[in-house]
Structure formats: C-alpha cells, structure tokens
Design a protein around this ligand. Structure first.
Ligand code: PMP
Length: 326
C-alpha cells in the first residue's frame, strides 16, 4: 500500500507491501535475509495482485462485462482477491476449492458471499471431476462467464513482473544475491524472477516445492512423476502448468509439510511474524540454500499469506499431533 491519504477503493490498496529484515530466525545464516510481507495486502495474500491484474486485463480486452460470473480454481487466496474485485466491480464469483482448504479460508469466502464448489482432493488428477479438470468444464458450460485460469494465464506472471519485481528491486536498492520463493501456479516466482534477472542477471532464483508435487522432479530430471498427497496449501501441483516457468529458476528444494509448518510456527514465535505455511516453506528453503552457499549473501523472499488462515491447522497443536508432526 502506498503512503497516500486516501484511496478510491480497497482494490487500490493492492501491492506496495513492506520489506523487512529477519533478525532472529536467521542468526545462523551469514549475510542478511529480507522478507516481503505479502499478507499485508488487503485480502491477506500475494494473490490480490493477480486477481486485480487478470480481471482488469480481461476488462480491457473485452473478455468480461459487468454482471458476468467469474469462475476460478484456487487454494483460497486468489479466490479471496477475486471476491474483493468482484464485489467492487459488479461481478459474481464461483470458486473451485480442494477439500483440504483450511476452515478459516472457507469461512472467509462464505462471508464474502462467494459460491463454492468443493472437490475431493484424493481424486486422480485425470478425473474429469478433479480440481484442475472440473473448472474449465464448468466455465465452458456456463453462459456469461469468465475463467481467468491463474494456472495457465501468463497475466498472472505479468502482474508480478510489473508489480512485485520492481517493488523488490527498489526496496533492496538493487542489492540482491538470491531470490527464494515457493512455487504454486509459478506466477509469483516466475514474474518476479524475470524482472530481477533483467535488472541483474547474477541474481540466483531458488524455488521451493512441496513433497508430493510434480515440479521438483520435472525441474531436476525432466520426469513427470506421479503426484502424492500433501497438506501445504498454495504450493505445488499435480500437472505441469503454463505459468510455472522453469527457465528463470536456478535451483529448487523440496519441502515436507512438517518442515514448512514447524518453520512457520518458528517465524511467529521467534520473529513476531504471523506466517502461513508457505512462508515457513520459504524460511526452510533459505536455510537449505545458506548451507549450500556457505558465504554471506543478501537473500530476499516472499511471505505469501499469514497465520490467521491456518489457526485450526498449522497453529493447532492437536491437529499437528494428529498429523504426526509434533
Ligand atoms: N503461498 C500461498 C499461501 C498461496 O496461496 C500461493 C498461491 N498458490 C503461493 C504461495 C504461490 O504463489 P504462486 O501461485 O504465484 O506460485
């Protein structure tokens, strides 16, 4: 959010999030680590940026008109951003979510009046009813409907190329050695990395993918492995998608649910940053990177969303114990 006196609407508060240095959880890392607090966007995540950009682009190109229904599949955060845009601009919204979505995200979407279609996350990816397959089908069968398709629509990457990348460059005054970020649709890491590498080709980009997602093996050896189950929300996929741009990624680490969740809790307790699971994944990834490079570096990351979305899961001792993670 820019430091202005007032805004025309909540939509104009998207972006310009703060960058902070981590002081307590990185004491064993040589150099400095900075995190961009994307959970301070109005709807609480980095996905506000793409929700706004994809819809405004669709308006400019005549793909959507007032009153239309927006249909999208989302782990919850894009849905929240789209809800804000839909309410302000007069669209309806239906979202496809997986049944592993946290209760907090679901309750917030209901509060925003969003129509929800829940899919069984244990369905095989090739099932016509799976998270990835049902959404385009539903969009095709619905008149007066726009499907932004955040997984394959490169406007997703462009939003970060035009927003997140330049903001990071300015906030870091161009002094960056590594950019580390989780990969979900790939828009955040892809668009941001593209911009940063244009500015300084020496910047190395490291992606974090969950165990169970197919990106890691594809990046390492070009093989499409069978996806497995995992709980971390927002990262990884069971398909190769067009927004996941491996050409700007130099290295990739694979994080387990437990590693990501415990690192998120540590960020909250030791740094006072109420972090979501993918922020924990980023911190864990930075530690792996630091072990590998063994020299002082300036590392920048993104904290995509916050703890308030995961109080019943990652921040619930009973839940963690039931998952065998505590
Ligand atoms: N973290 C969270 C919590 C998310 O919801 C997302 C979005 N899927 C990401 C990280 C990854 O962002 P991207 O889709 O741009 O790769």
């Amino acid at each position: 959010m820019e430091d202005k006196k007032s805004y025309d609407s909540i939509v104009d508060c998207v972006g310009h999030t703060p960058m902070v240095r981590l002081n307590h959880v990185t004491t064993d890392i040589a150099g400095e680590v900075f995190a961009k607090l994307e959970f301070l966007n109005p709807m609480g995540s980095c996905k506000d940026r793409i929700a706004r950009y994809m819809i405004e682009k669709a308006e400019k190109t005549g793909k959507i008109k007032k009153g239309d229904l927006i249909i999208e599949n989302s782990s919850g955060n894009t849905a929240m951003g789209l809800a804000m845009i839909a309410i302000q601009k007069g669209y309806r919204l239906k979202v496809v979510v997986r049944d592993r979505i946290s209760k907090e995200k679901l309750d917030q979407l209901k509060a925003l009046g969003v129509e929800i279609h829940m899919v069984d996350s244990s369905l095989p990816p090739e099932s016509p009813y799976s998270y990835n397959n049902i959404t385009p089908l539903m969009a095709k069968e619905t008149p007066n409907c726009y499907f932004p398709d955040q997984h394959n629509n490169r406007d997703n990457n462009e939003a970060h190329y035009l927003g997140t990348g330049p903001e990071i460059w300015e906030q870091m005054q161009g002094k960056i050695d590594y950019f580390v970020a989780g990969i979900g649709t790939g828009g955040t890491i892809g668009g941001t990395a593209h911009f940063l590498k244009e500015k300084d080709p020496h910047i190395q980009v490291v992606a974090i993918d969950p165990v169970g997602s197919i990106f890691y093996d594809y990046f390492r050896n070009g093989k499409k492995v069978k996806p497995g189950p995992y709980l971390l929300e927002g990262l990884g996929d069971e398909f190769l998608i067009q927004c996941a741009d491996f050409s700007v990624i130099d290295d990739m680490f694979q994080v387990s649910d437990k590693e990501a969740f415990l690192a998120a809790r540590e960020l909250t307790l030791r740094e006072g940053i109420l972090a979501g699971g993918s922020s924990g994944a980023a911190l864990w990834g930075i530690r792996q990177l630091a072990k590998k490079i063994k020299r002082p570096a300036r590392i920048v990351t993104i904290f995509p969303d916050g703890a308030s979305r995961y109080l019943s899961t990652i921040y619930n001792d009973e839940w963690l114990k039931n998952q065998g993670m505590m």
